[in-house]
Design a protein around this ligand. Structure first.
Ligand code: PEP
Ligand code: MN
Length: 347
């Protein structure tokens, strides 16, 4: 349920509504807009009459959110969410590009890739240190050693860093090193992990599950949002279909669908969505043309030697071309690439 206060409502009137919300065993979520305050009453509201709130002073109207996800819904939050990260913003008018290797493999591999993607125009660096590999015998990631390299790359390039968290027990150490916690496709419905991430004060990049619907993706976002963490970015990374010519099938439809249903930023990962470096550029252009707020792209200095996902990784010069082309696409639809973060001084 959403309680929309009158523009001139007083603080005392807002407090009164909050008390009423809590007295029904609901959680209150307050958004203070430029013009008015909006209060989300979160929980099982179906047996509560809207009049309970409509009759209070300062209340303009009360609406029910028809979708099963509430905080993620545009009915709850009409304007796009914009999250400031280090030196740039995700959401809103600007398009961002997050790039880096699938896995952090060594100090030199990461630092070389970080410099290259920075020079090519990336806004943030990605790199997995705990890897969700299909085979238990494949490279599983460097763990905390990899986090140290990410922190070093961050200090050298000024790029915010993004890495995947696979388990609740990894959250604490990861939150010390990274700017954005990624939830991978395989963990999209790990509800215990999502709940734990609701308590963290770091943005979460939530990837769509291999066989998850748009609604299921939004319900997973709702787990994180309802825990009090408002900074969730969604990522379409391809879904599994009957098609075998590519690793996954990019659900490009999901971009405008999500943009209509939710205020959260929507990214696309053309690397996992296609599985082949030669298709990444075309799908990256399509994603931005469809309205994506950003891209997540795998880049490796020597893809043929990569310990994971080499087949879909771009060489730095191919990535630089991708940035040039998606910049042109963004401008063609009245958006622009976000300015790159300032380079931080190395301490
Ligand atoms: C990744 O980003 O490296 C990754 C494992 O992605 P996904 O969870 O989408 O497969
Ligand atoms: Mn990968």
């Amino acid at each position: 349920m959403v309680i929309i206060m009158k523009p001139q409502a007083t603080q005392a009137e807002v407090e009164r509504v909050l008390e009423q919300v809590r007295s029904h065993g609901l959680k209150a979520h307050v958004s203070i807009g430029e013009e008015r305050t909006i209060i989300g009453a979160i929980g099982d509201t179906h047996a509560i009459a809207t009049e309970v709130f409509e009759s209070l002073p300062g209340v303009e109207r009360v609406t029910r959110i028809s979708q099963p996800y509430k905080l993620a819904s545009r009915q709850f939050h009409g304007w796009d969410s914009v999250f400031p990260l280090d030196g740039f913003r995700v959401g809103g008018e600007e398009v961002v590009v997050i790039a880096g290797p699938c896995s952090v493999e060594s100090r030199s591999q990461l630092l070389e890739t970080a410099q290259a993607v920075r020079e090519a125009g990336a806004h943030a660096l990605r790199g997995g240190v705990f890897k969700p590999r299909t085979s238990p015998y494949s490279f599983q990631g460097l763990g905390e050693e990899g986090l140290e390299y990410l922190a070093e790359a961050r200090a050298e390039t000024g790029l915010a860093v993004v890495a995947e968290v696979m388990a609740i027990g990894q959250i604490e150490v990861m939150a010390r090193y990274v700017d954005v916690l990624q939830v991978g496709a395989r963990n999209m419905q790990n509800f215990a992990l999502l709940r734990a991430l609701g308590e963290v004060r770091k943005p979460v990049l939530l990837k769509r599950g291999i066989a998850a619907t748009v609604e299921e993706l939004l319900m997973s976002a709702e787990y994180i949002l309802s825990g009090g963490n408002e900074r969730v970015m969604l990522c379409e990374r391809g879904i599994r279909t009957f098609e075998t010519a590519t690793r996954n099938t990019t659900d490009i439809n999901a971009v405008p669908v999500l943009k209509r249903l939710t205020h959260l930023p929507v990214l696309v990962d053309p690397s996992h969505a296609t599985g082949y470096a030669e298709y990444v550029l075309a799908v990256a252009r399509a994603a931005v043309a469809a309205g994506a707020d950003g891209l997540l792209v795998e880049v490796h200095p020597e893809p043929e030697r990569a310990l994971s996902d080499g087949r879909q990784s771009l060489r730095p010069e191919q990535f630089a071309e991708l940035v040039r082309q998606v910049k042109a696409v963004a401008e063609a639809i009245g958006r622009r690439l976000a300015p790159q973060p300032e380079r931080q001084a190395v301490l």
